[in-house]
Design a binder for this molecule. Structure first.
Ligand code: SAH
Ligand code: SF4
Ligand code: F3S
Length: 475
């Protein structure tokens, strides 16, 4: 009998990928997806602990299940992901309607845990015991057995997929929960990664984004062979059907020439590098224990500039970190202007229990100041993004078409409807243009005629074949 699964995902791309795998494994157990909580037999919440706000949102959603569970006690409610690993039993206390708590390293147990609840057993919890215990092997086993289970319907689009190459993180930035929720850093074996990429290509996937918390620190030692990201990219580059390769998130100190040469020389690899700076002040970077200085980051930008033509760099920032003064913040603004990021994700510092930051430093920047710095930095970044985008006016770019941007039906029958479509350039810029459904999934040349800070607007370039003089025609 078909069962129905409702799944809600918050957090980073790792979580999006984990949800895809959980859905794939539950489909094997007869599940189909539903968007309706009322209709669902099982409801799963894939959670994030990176900031307090993300957790509070999840707890409030879980709180709203009270009525549903009263009316339908047979429905199974599960909490998976980073908050499950971080809060463990606390979840049952704060949200008594939850039946299952399962950490990111134990996802393969979900079908079995659901079955136990259905058979009448009480609350089930499967989480790692910590970074130094045997759960390391379990996390690895989970990913090795679980990662190749894929479900195209859960992807950003049918032709774009995530592929995990690195598990966990060992950097221990003082503000961050990830090393404790995702466990120690481990590189997956290159042959498993390539196998999975071939499966994805076989399913019609054209763009693969390799995932790791510090993806460019990727390293795998097998016998006497050490593989790093540059070699892995070369191997993946050989796979037919794959047109674009991206990788996130990068760590500034590991942006080596080897890797940048691979980005420059392998045409399928996007010249797009997401390398969070977090702060432009050495004192703040030291407090965050990021392991690099402003000078190191500048050196990295210089290496990128000299090596990769047409590159785009984007960043993350935390504003209002412990002890951040106005001068520290001004240095962040100045460095942002100097680096001219394509875009930046800006976050207000959120103290996380269990981190070194929470234990040893004081969260002393008032909320209003964090908010103001957030707005100020966003305004600086938006102005830069707008200027950088203006440089594309009149230029042709190759766009992988992702789907309708908003259904602006213009004319024609179902198949010929003119729609507003959206896609991305090789350097990850969003492009909106008019086209038709058949173009979704194709890579098209588009000429840009207008731009804002966040979007380029363009027209499809068509080659007029057969005319005496070769011409480009705008449709
Ligand atoms: N592994 C990635 C980041 C993962 S978390 C890296 O090292 O770059 C994504 C982003 O969330 C981080 O880059 C950081 O800017 C932000 N972040 C992490 N912990 C945070 C916290 N406690 N408060 C506010 N923002 C945080
Ligand atoms: Fe967190 Fe730092 Fe690891 Fe990124 S590198 S996941 S910010 S500890
Ligand atoms: Fe959140 Fe975990 Fe990702 S804490 S950002 S879902 S690794």
């Amino acid at each position: 009998m078909t069962k129905r699964l409702y799944i809600e995902t918050v957090g980073c791309q790792m979580n999006v990928l984990d949800s895809e795998m959980v859905v794939a494994s539950l489909r094997k157990h007869g599940y189909e997806l539903t968007r309706d909580q009322q209709e669902a037999d099982t409801l799963l919440f894939n959670t994030c602990s990176v900031r307090e706000h993300a957790e509070e949102k999840t707890y409030s959603q879980l709180g709203q299940l009270k009525r549903l569970k009263k009316q339908h006690p047979e429905k199974v409610v599960g909490v998976m992901g980073c908050m499950a690993q971080k809060d463990q039993k606390l979840i049952f206390e704060r949200a008594p309607y939850v039946d299952i708590v399962v950490g990111p390293g134990q996802l393969h147990q979900i079908p079995e845990l659901i079955q136990k609840i259905e058979e009448g057993e009480r609350r089930q919890m499967a989480v790692g015991l910590g970074r130094k215990d045997g759960s390391l092997d379990e996390i690895k086993r989970t990913h090795e057995t679980f990662d190749p289970l894929r479900d195209p319907t859960m992807r950003p689009t049918p032709f774009q997929a995530y592929l995990r190459i690195q598990i966990g993180c060992d950097k221990f930035c003082t503000y961050c929960v990830v090393p404790s929720t995702r466990g120690p850093e481990q590189g997956r074996s290159p042959w498993r990664i390539c196998d999975e990429a071939r499966i994805l290509a076989g399913q019609g996937c054209k763009e693969i984004t390799l995932l790791g918390q510090t993806v460019n620190s990727y390293k795998h030692v097998g016998g006497d062979k050490t593989t790093r990201l540059a070699e892995l990219l070369s191997e993946l580059h050989e796979i037919d059907g794959i047109e674009r390769l991206k990788f996130v998130t990068n760590y500034p100190k590991d942006m080596t020439y080897d890797l940048l040469h691979a980005v420059r020389d392998l045409p399928k690899v996007s010249p797009y590098l997401h390398v969070p700076l977090q702060s432009g002040s050495d004192a703040v970077l030291e407090g965050m224990k990021r392991g690099y200085t402003v000078a190191d980051y500048r050196d990295m930008m210089a290496r990128i500039r000299e090596t990769v033509p047409g590159f785009a760099v984007s960043s993350d920032f935390i504003v209002g970190f412990c002890g951040e003064t106005d001068e520290d913040f001004e240095q962040t603004v100045a460095l942002t202007k100097e680096c001219r990021f394509k875009n930046s994700f800006i976050f207000k510092y959120s103290e996380r229990p269990g981190t070194k930051g929470a234990e040893r430093l004081t969260d002393d920047v008032p909320f209003e100041v964090k908010q103001r710095r957030n707005n100020d930095l966003l305004a600086v970044q938006s102005a830069i993004s707008e200027e950088e985008n203006q440089a594309f006016l009149g230029r042709p770019v190759d766009v992988l078409v992702e789907g309708p941007s908003k259904l602006a039906v213009k004319k024609g029958s179902e198949d010929d409807q003119v729609l507003q479509l959206t896609g991305r350039t090789h350097c990850d810029r969003i492009v909106v243009f008019e086209g038709n459904r058949r173009q979704i999934g194709q890579t098209l040349p588009i000429t840009i005629y207008d731009s804002t800070a966040y979007t380029l607007f363009g027209n499809v370039v068509t080659e007029e074949v057969g005319s005496e003089t070769f011409s480009l025609q705008i449709v």
